[in-house]
Ligand binder design. Structure first.
Ligand SMILES: C[C@](O)(C(=O)O)[C@H](CC(=O)O)C(=O)O
Ligand SMILES: [Mg+2]
Length: 302
């Protein structure tokens, strides 16, 4: 009730242990705390918190407008309602290496299990759009070094994302990935891979876990969990998918309201009130409330 019963350090330790088994871990993107509960209920291994979703949620494009305070705040709201590990998108780390250090500590305090820091220049762009630019290797590795040095929980996962493939090609991405691992990255997020072969090439270049970003309408073909596991991917995210589904559904519902003046014909597409209450653990709150209401202090003290 109210929040996760598992302390953040324990979520991180368990996540690291699971990652070490080599099985592929599925992290759908939660667009709010409630959807994180649904992800957990369905049996996924983790929750992803997307920068693109966070900015879209605020009615903003994903071009580096959100602040650390907003990102950490949303991250905390989501991480605290689930027992699952949550990985958050920390964009470029919100500034210089010292800012990256503060970012990591703030995200640790917010209860996240890990974060990715990317090598785009500021202000960043969506990784699947054209016109991106990346920083040089020295700047990229300083960001990661700062993140690793700043963390206080050794199990907090520092993931390095590189956007260089779309700018300078796959060989550059392999070199960049190796350099980021040498700088201390615990995992690599190679952005905008176009094929399974490209994932396999990154897999071969580094010996840390790698992540596949299965965002729709971008540069990557959409592969199944099984296909990605087959080329050695360790974590897969669908960062914006649930938001896209929910917004698609909201769009159609509003059209129906305009056309028909009611939503009666669409009730079976809605989450039922009973399912919502179940997901919220409503019963638990009633029990707690009546427990407190009926609580009395016995007068006979020794
Ligand atoms: C993963 C990502 O960084 C995100 O913010 O979710 C985005 C997703 C997207 O815009 O589709 C990305 O840059 O790939
Ligand atoms: Mg992002």
């Amino acid at each position: 009730m109210l929040h996760s019963q598992t302390p953040a350090h324990e979520k991180r330790r368990a996540f690291r242990e699971r990652l070490a088994t080599g099985e592929i871990l599925r992290f759908p993107g939660a667009f709010n705390p409630l959807s994180a509960r649904l992800i957990e209920r369905k049996g996924f291994e983790g929750v992803y918190i997307s920068g693109a979703v966070l900015s879209a949620d605020l009615g903003l494009p994903d071009i580096g407008l959100t602040t650390l305070t907003e990102v950490a705040g949303r991250g905390q709201q989501i991480a605290r309602v689930t027992e699952l590990p949550a990985i958050i998108d920390a964009d470029t780390g919100f500034g210089e290496p010292m800012n990256v250090a503060r970012t990591i500590q703030t995200l640790e305090d917010a209860g996240l299990a890990g974060a990715h820091i990317e090598d785009q220049i500021n202000p960043k762009r969506c990784g699947h759009l054209d016109g991106k630019a990346v920083v040089d290797e020295s700047t990229a590795i300083k960001r990661i070094r700062a993140a690793v040095e700043a963390r206080r929980d050794e199990h907090f996962l520092v993931m390095a994302r590189t956007d260089i493939a779309a700018v300078d090609g796959l060989d550059a991405a392999k070199d960049r990935a190796k350099a980021l691992v040498d700088a201390g990255a615990d995992a690599i997020f190679p952005e905008a891979m176009r094929s399974l072969e490209e994932f396999a090439a990154i897999r071969e270049a580094v010996d840390v876990p790698i992540l596949a970003n299965m965002t729709e309408f971008g540069k990557s073909e959409l592969f199944s969990v099984e296909q990605l596991a087959g080329v050695g991917v360790n974590i897969v995210i669908w960062p914006v998918s649930l938001l896209r589904m929910a917004m698609g559904s909201a769009d159609r519902a509003l059209d129906t309201l305009i056309d028909e003046g009611h939503l009666t014909g669409r009730l079976d597409e809605m989450q039922h009130r009973a399912d919502l209450y179940d997901l919220l653990d409503y019963e638990e709150y009633n029990r707690f409330d009546s427990g407190v209401f009926n609580f009395t202090v016995t007068k006979e003290r020794a």
